[in-house]
Design a protein around this ligand. Structure first.
Ligand SMILES: C[S@@+](CC[C@H](N)C(=O)[O-])C[C@H]1O[C@@H](n2cnc3c(N)ncnc32)[C@H](O)[C@@H]1O
Length: 317
């Protein structure tokens, strides 16, 4: 099993982001979080619920995102060997941007799930607008308990999702379970690229829907422990400007501006928005150096036939 380290990665000419150089292993990060939890500094357990005000806000805003934008999406799709014959599951699809993009640009069949009913409604609207209703199906579903049989999909992907559920290992094991032997599991997740100050960890979790981010080893271990092989981990640093530019490109500038003006109008109408603004209103000083600590990683593993057979035998016994 080969984990491609960030310091082995070279700058990709097409990518808007910069592969991380001089990668520092930060295995100690989970201990920081554990200690903070012990001290009850984390106000609530990391959790994602359909009624979570953070996702309610994003769904009414009509905008969900992940780091790296469209470049990262394309790189993930290609690392998972998705083509027109693939049957793909997109977990935590948000407003359906990637699911519709895959159907339109790659011609594959896509099923996409999200915990939030409102996200599924937004996604269906998007599929209609993009004329891909015959290729994409959206459903309500929990990443921790996927509503699919074993070994169905050629690839399971997710972007900025595993950070939210409490039981991250269960999520990745579910992804592996519904993947066909020889298929791929790929994720794009926010990654701590340097040990962050504890107050920044706490603030980011509070501001971003109780998310819990891991370091590259943490994300990679989840794939390994689910029995996936040939793991590739590509970790990138980015900047506020690049991230912003990638989001605009992913949506198209008109929709993007429309989503922001909607957010401003929601400030007056929506309790969810007001609650979020309150959560982010007093940031620690380290937030101004966020991109020193904060990057994203693409993590991909393959389900080998042997592991699939062993799991099936275990289930049948
Ligand atoms: C940051 S958004 C990313 C959405 C989308 N993947 C994108 O890149 O635009 C996270 C999404 O994950 C969904 N989510 C969170 N926890 C989930 C879970 N346990 N099962 C399914 N979806 C979940 C949220 O409702 C939200 O739509």
């Amino acid at each position: 099993m080969r984990v491609q380290r960030a310091d082995e990665l070279r700058r990709s000419e097409e990518s808007a982001s910069e592969p991380l150089e001089n990668f520092i292993s930060i295995k100690s990060y989970p201990f920081i979080v554990k200690e903070m939890k012990n001290k009850k500094q984390l106000s609530r357990e990391a959790k994602a619920e359909p009624e979570s005000y953070y996702f309610e806000l994003q769904a009414s805003w009509g905008l969900t995102k992940h780091m790296g934008g469209l470049d990262a999406t394309r790189e993930l799709i290609e690392a998972c060997h998705i083509d027109k014959d693939s049957y793909v599951l997109d977990v935590g699809c948000g407003v359906g941007i990637t699911a519709c993009y895959m159907a339109k640009e790659y011609g594959c069949k896509v099923v996409a799930v999200d915990l939030s009913k409102m996200m599924v409604e937004r996604s269906n609207e998007r599929a209609k607008r993009k004329n891909v209703e015959d290729k994409v199906e959206f459903k309500i579903g929990d990443a921790q308990d996927l509503p699919f049989k074993d070994g169905v999909f050629d690839a399971v992907i997710c972007e900025s999702v595993v950070a939210f559920p409490k039981d991250k290992q269960k999520v990745i094991s579910e992804y592996a379970r519904v993947t066909k032997p020889g298929g791929y599991v790929g994720m794009n997740e926010v990654t701590w690229v340097e040990i962050p100050p504890p107050e920044l960890v706490e603030y980011m979790s509070r501001a971003l829907g109780q998310a819990e981010f891991l370091n590259p080893d943490g994300w990679t271990d989840l794939l390994k422990d689910a029995g996936l092989t040939g793991i590739v981990a590509r970790v990138y640093k980015t900047s506020a400007l690049r991230q912003w530019a990638s989001e605009v490109r992913q949506m198209n500038p008109r929709d993007y501006l429309g989503a922001w003006s909607k957010l401003f109008s929601l400030c007056f109408k929506s309790p969810a928005v007001r609650k979020w603004i309150k959560e982010i209103s007093v940031p620690p000083r380290s937030v101004f150096r966020i991109f020193k600590y904060f990057g994203y990683g693409l993590y991909v593993g393959k389900l080998c036939l042997l592991f699939f057979n062993a799991t099936m035998a275990q289930q049948n016994s």
